[in-house]
Ligand binder design. Sequence first.
Ligand code: UDP
Ligand code: MG
Length: 323
Amino acid sequence: MLPTKLLLVVPCYNEEEILLKTHRTLQEYYTHLEAEQLISPESKICFVNDGSRDRTWQLIETICQNDSKSIGIKLSRNFGHQSAILAGLTQYTNDYDCFITIDADLQDDIAAIGKMLEQHRDGAMVVYGVRDDRSNDSWFKRTTAESFYTMMRWMGVPVVFNHADFRLMDRRILEEFAHFKEVNLFLRGIIPLIGFRSEKVFYKRLEREAGETKYPLKKMLLFAWNGVTSFSTFPMRLVLYFGLFNFFIAMAVSVYIGISYLYGSTVAGWTSIVLPMTFFSGANMIAIGLIGEYVGKIYEEVKGRPRYIIEKVVEVPEVRSEK
Ligand code: UDP
Ligand code: MG
């Protein structure tokens, strides 16, 4: 079998401190992969600048001018990690045989790329990179991340445990993915929905060498919430169950009130009125808020705004500046 034409998509947001090193490491690794006959010489690396506020884009431009194996895409503003990945993938779906997405900080061990390519050669259409050792992550990151996967699975979202966005996808997967039009992107949930044969490759998650995480707690929580509400109506059902539970409690309370009335022991009770009132109005508010959340999602989807906007593409030898 011929070596595949690979495109590596690297989302970059304020990565000036690490970008050059990342490029160098990937470049060396490409030489190795080519020598191993795993990738063809036309394989490339695509850096997507997700509206960075530092010198990331300038660095990408310099890299692309000096290395014909690198492509730079500049988004018109910060669209978020998922959209940055999407931009690279959709822009080049028809030009490559297979695609791998990896974070710019190379916390995901690049040695797994070779293993992914081997699995692909053996017929896998999707290969998930799975972290089986997170000892380099802080206790906090590890615990929050792992409870995130557990919670997602519990709510019926088909995520692969401890797999982030480090994965290989065959071109066929992306062609099918093009039919998924949702604006609220949660790739980790969508890719398993596409089906086809998939495999896993295990690796050790390394430490971030420079720069800081672009996923502070607030963004992480938002990402998790987006994942849940884009994929599962379970929270709404939970509210329904809760409502039903309340209803039965209220029935029991009515019986109690009725009996007390018959026995003539009904003393005007302030507590017994105010307490349930506060409780149930709180429950109502939660339910309404939750419904609002989903209605908001529908609103965003109906508008169908673009998921990303490309300002510029740099690719040597020719320099393109359209799309
Ligand atoms: N990233 C991005 N846009 C954003 C936030 C992050 O393209 O708005 C990129 C970032 O440059 C990196 C990847 O997404 O390549 C993952 O971010 P990070 O390593 O900070 O996340 P962590 O590994 O800490 O979860
Ligand atoms: Mg990282």
